[in-house]
Design a protein around this ligand. Structure first.
Ligand SMILES: [Zn+2]
Length: 453
């Protein structure tokens, strides 16, 4: 048995059922689970470890619902800097064909370190390219090493250029191999229990890189194990045109026809989801991973997030892959979600607290978790603290510290606790030798790009 007391936070943001914000608040944690939430005098005075959070805002750890962490190796690649989605992919596929298992592991560590330092405690990752012996196990090993709560999505591509798909033939897999490996991963790793640190999702890459059969069979496979389904959908206008041309349907209709709607499904982007699609998603509880930076970077458009939320669609936040959002900052992503919604739909479209809600409770719902996203008794002890005396918060924190977290320039986290374990202590990531990892990561990034020439 071990206990941890966090006390004296200037503001504790609970995200509980009544969205309480507690001045002078704290948490009492036992064995990785929150036991008590309240003002500091209401909590026990002692614990195995006591951390004074004076000068901080304490909030639930942010939840990232969409990423491709291996892409940290290919940020800002010149040929892909100024392209939209399909041309961007076509520039990068030949480089990604050189990925190795070590590159997957080291880039995942790097991406997770960046996420954790930005306030994220749970992430999904969507790995859909498996050249040269790469496996999803390489990502899983990284998550376990750094101590991040993880939904590992077994992605896949099976329709290469010779069959009308977008990826080159040499990076696609046989569908039987994909399904066999997916089954293996679920049986080996998927932990459905409360406070689980590792879950597996089934995630063919996109309608333009896998067949109808694989989409259907993936849905059946996922449901036979009770795991979740994930893919990319309705990302931009070309994506819509491809769907109409190839399938004679909108992406939402196509998803529905294949069994890809329901409370156990979440789709990335949905920038071009139409009114009927929003109604379908709301009716079926189908989730959306909103990725505002990536949507701006690739000029994909503005996702109708306010309309989705109004209709009751579960919406979480995602940074998307590191090559289409070259800065994976979860608090920054919440800020961009707020700003982009205003560009599209007016100044009252999304408040700072709405953005934080999407990044916490929204993400938990999209990943099918009822044990994270809020600080309340019985929830997993995943929380982060940001320092209010940073220059970026000057003059903001004094008026509304919670809103200032989103309105002001995005901070690095000062404390991060994941599953009751202190992972970032006073600004220092303690589970990894980060400078050594970055040095190796950058050497691998260079050799990957050079090998493609
Ligand atoms: Zn993506």
């Amino acid at each position: 048995m071990s206990t941890l007391l966090l006390k004296n936070a200037d503001v504790l943001v609970t995200m509980d059922a009544t969205r309480r914000e507690i001045a002078g608040g704290g948490l009492f944690i036992r064995d990785g689970v929150i036991e008590l939430v309240g003002t500091t005098p209401d909590l026990p005075a002692e614990a195995d470890e006591v951390i004074d959070m004076a000068g901080h805002v304490l909030l639930p750890g942010l939840i990232n619902t969409h990423h491709h962490m291996y892409q940290s190796l290919t940020r800002a690649i010149p040929a892909a800097q100024d392209a939209e989605l399909f041309d961007w992919l076509s520039a990068l596929y030949p480089i990604w064909a050189g990925l190795t298992p070590e590159m997957i592991r080291v880039s995942t560590l790097t991406a997770m370190a960046e996420l954790i330092l930005s306030g994220c405690t749970t992430s999904s990752d969507h790995l859909y390219i498996y050249p040269n012996g790469c496996r999803l196990d390489d990502s899983i090993e990284a998550a376990q090493q750094i101590g991040m709560r993880f939904t590992a999505s077994r992605g896949s591509m099976s329709v290469g250029q010779s069959q009308g798909g977008l990826p080159p033939d040499r990076v696609v897999e046989q569908e039987a191999d994909i399904l066999r490996d997916t089954r293996r991963l679920i049986e080996q790793y998927h932990d459905a229990s409360r406070h689980s640190m590792l879950q597996i999702a089934v995630a063919p890459c996109s309608p333009f890189s896998v067949s109808r059969d694989l989409m259907r069979e993936s849905a059946q496979l996922a449901r036979s194990y009770g795991v979740r389904l994930h893919t990319h959908l309705a990302e931009n206008f070309k994506d819509i045109a491809y769907s109409r041309e190839q399938f004679g349907m909108t992406p939402a209709e196509y998803a529905e026809s294949l069994g890809w709607t329901g409370h156990d499904v979440w789709h990335a982007h949905c920038v071009q989801l139409d009114e009927a699609g929003i109604a379908l998603f709301a009716r079926t509880g189908t989730g959306v991973a909103h990725c505002p930076c990536s949507n701006m970077r690739l000029a994909s458009g503005i996702a109708p997030v306010p309309a989705m939320r109004k209709a009751g669609v579960p919406v979480g936040l995602g940074v998307d892959g590191s090559a289409s959002n070259d800065g994976a900052h979860m608090l920054g992503e919440a800020r961009q979600a707020m700003l982009l919604a205003r560009v599209g739909f007016g100044p009252a479209a999304l408040s700072a607290r709405d953005a934080l809600e999407i990044a916490t409770l929204g993400g938990a719902r999209v990943l099918g978790r009822d044990d994270i996203g809020a600080l309340a008794p019985g929830m997993s002890a995943d929380c982060v603290a940001f320092k209010l005396d940073d220059v970026a918060m000057a003059g903001g924190a004094v008026h509304d510290a919670v809103a200032a977290l989103v309105f002001c320039a995005s901070l690095r986290v000062n404390w991060s606790i994941i599953n009751g374990r202190v992972v970032v202590r006073d600004g220092h990531l303690g589970t990894l030798d980060l400078p050594a990892v970055l040095q190796r990561h950058n050497a691998l990034a260079r050799s990957l790009a050079n090998a493609a020439h």
